[in-house]
Design a binder for this molecule. Sequence first.
Ligand code: SF4
Length: 349
Amino acid sequence: MPRVPAVRNRLKDTPVAGTKRVLLAAPRGYCAGVDRAVIAVEKALQHYGAPVYVRKQIVHNIHVVSTLEKQGAIFVDEVEEVPVGSHVVFSAHGVSPAVVQGAADRDLQAIDATCPLVTKVHREAVRFSKADRHILLIGHAGHEEVEGTMGHAPDQTTLVNSPADVATLVVPDPDNLVWLSQTTLSVDETMETVRLLRERFPNLQDPPSDDICYATQNRQVAIKKVAQDADLVIVVGSANSSNTVRLVDVALEYGAKAAYRVDYASEIKQEWLDGVATVGVTSGASVPEVLVQEVLDDLADAGYGSVSQVVTAEEDLMFSLPKELRKDADGNPDERGLGGRRKLDWQLK
Ligand code: SF4
């Protein structure tokens, strides 16, 4: 991803009690599913030429989307906006069967960049609906992932938005329920929702494995550790990125005196740094590392040049690219075909 032209020395180095420093959370930034989805659009542009249509934002990050737009990607809300016969990429958040059918009806050449961990939840939804279970899906109304998952069992799914929803839920049979969740929620809040659900429905069945994905969990564990020593936490990521917004909530819950989300370093306000000795920094799973580097550069201008990483997990998961893209444009095997997980700076240190 290209850098954003920065304005140097925008932030002032004002004195504070104590030594100024940055605690940099790791893991942070790109997960395997996001990396795969972004590479899928880049490779689709190489294979088929511009424009390539993408249904919804490929990942929820404004910089990634604007960069791909400059390369020739056209982002649309629905497949009905895509010219008949064109190539369309489905985003990492996944789609419902109705969207797949809509694309087929228009003879679109669909490339599915749904994260395999979202596909896993889709499969669970299908399996439980075939077994005539009723699904309580814990997730946020209107989020694309939730719409895609609900679309796999539309008549047998009830959405649970928050712990506060539990008391008023109406279900067909309280003894025939299973819960699933969106992949990018707060682990703690989801466990609280499940606890309340089980209080009301003691026979509630658990999913076979965690739906909140490894990347969401790892980034929350890392920021919990950083937050306990931070006067301020800066989370890099976009407002519509669920896992990014959760990182702000988790930082505040685990001891950060203040926490803010920024898309770009230029959004950091001087007054946030008043009296701050330790700044925690992290980024959501859809954030390219270059945006974190720009935050670190601005913080260095303000006297926070000492950066220590707080590493709570190693990540080396890789996903195969969508099958249409595992070869290069000439039909030869592509070196990124079996994964494409790009090593991030924090993994190289
Ligand atoms: S956040 Fe998790 S579910 Fe979403 S794309 Fe990344 S790995 Fe997949």
